[in-house]
Design a protein around this ligand. Structure first.
Ligand SMILES: C[S@@+](CC[C@H](N)C(=O)[O-])C[C@H]1O[C@@H](n2cnc3c(N)ncnc32)[C@H](O)[C@@H]1O
Length: 282
């Protein structure tokens, strides 16, 4: 089959499952993954024949897309703040909203204009500490996660860009205090109440790690509560907490932080949804 025929095959196979605009972009990505050709080279090579092996690879990718698997897990990579990261079933696919949280931290740290020590709780793929280390090379970065498998991915990602980061395997819900103090504690913890699962896309529910997504309906703020309590002992003077939050939980988390003696500021993401919080002790 030529590249042109491969495109037709993919469109016919996937059109009922994926909308046309997204599908066109996915097809370009699959062809690039199999041939190494960028979009311009794909135009030039429109009549070039695929090898049998390349064809089989494309067919396998198409089957995975039909099952609803996100392209990032199929190809094993995702982009975050201009960095290509390895991802697998043990880590959340980094989201654009989280990039906005990181941008907020970078602008705050730049104003502070001194090397800061920063910990990310629930580091997953390592997207947050890696992006922070690359933008703020004088700061010291630590990433903590309960998942050994996620930390293995984070470590590979950090090594790939030569970002020196300390990794800690720890359950934050069973940690009264950390071993060190930090100028910034950041977290994008699991925050989706499990009752929302039924209304979520199969791409997320079926493939992303549940441990990264869900909290109980009874105690949806459990991570914010645990981290804020711990932060009272582990934030340096004038230290800051940065959280990504569920758009629906802004007011509740502000109330929780107030109760725990923090000043807090709520910000919206670029979709206008309450999405992040900065807090410091009163
Ligand atoms: C929403 S994901 C965030 C991943 C990454 N920071 C990002 O922004 O894409 C939450 C992360 O918290 C980790 N996690 C879940 N429960 C935890 C716990 N009790 N202690 C520490 N980390 C936990 C999960 O393994 C997951 O990597």
């Amino acid at each position: 089959m030529s590249l042109q025929e491969i495109k037709i095959f993919l469109k016919q196979k996937l059109a009922s499952k994926i909308d046309a605009v997204e599908l066109s972009s996915l097809i370009g990505m699959l062809i690039e993954a199999v041939t190494g050709w960028n979009r311009m080279q794909q135009i030039v090579n429109v009549n070039t024949a695929f090898t049998k092996e390349q064809q089989l690879q494309i067919e396998d990718y198409a089957e995975q897309l039909l099952l609803g698997k996100p392209i990032q897990y199929i190809l094993g990579n995702a982009w975050f703040m201009g960095n290509e990261l390895m991802v697998n079933e043990h880590v959340l696919i980094p989201r654009p909203e989280t990039e906005e949280l990181v941008e907020w931290i970078i602008s705050y740290a730049s104003i502070m204009n001194k090397p800061l020590s920063i910990i990310d709780i629930g580091a997953g793929s390592g997207c947050i500490p890696i992006a922070l280390k690359l933008s703020l090379p004088l700061c010291s970065l630590t990433g903590l996660d309960i998942s050994k498998e996620a930390l293995a991915v984070a470590e590979i990602n950090a090594n790939n860009v030569k970002a020196s980061i300390e990794w800690i395997e720890q359950d934050i819900l069973n940690t009264a205090a950390l071993d060190n103090t930090y100028d910034i504690i950041v977290s994008n913890p699991p925050y989706i109440p499990i009752r929302e699962k039924a209304n979520m896309q199969e791409q997320v529910v079926g493939f992303e790690p549940a441990i990264a997504l869900f909290v109980s309906n009874e105690d949806p703020l459990i991570f914010y509560k645990a981290i804020a309590k711990m932060a009272k002992q582990n934030l340096s003077t004038n230290g800051q907490l940065f959280f990504e939050i569920h758009y629906d939980q802004g007011k509740a988390i502000l109330a929780l932080l107030d109760e725990l003696n923090f000043h807090a500021e709520l910000r919206q993401d670029s979709f206008g949804k309450n999405r992040m919080i900065r807090a410091s002790l009163k």
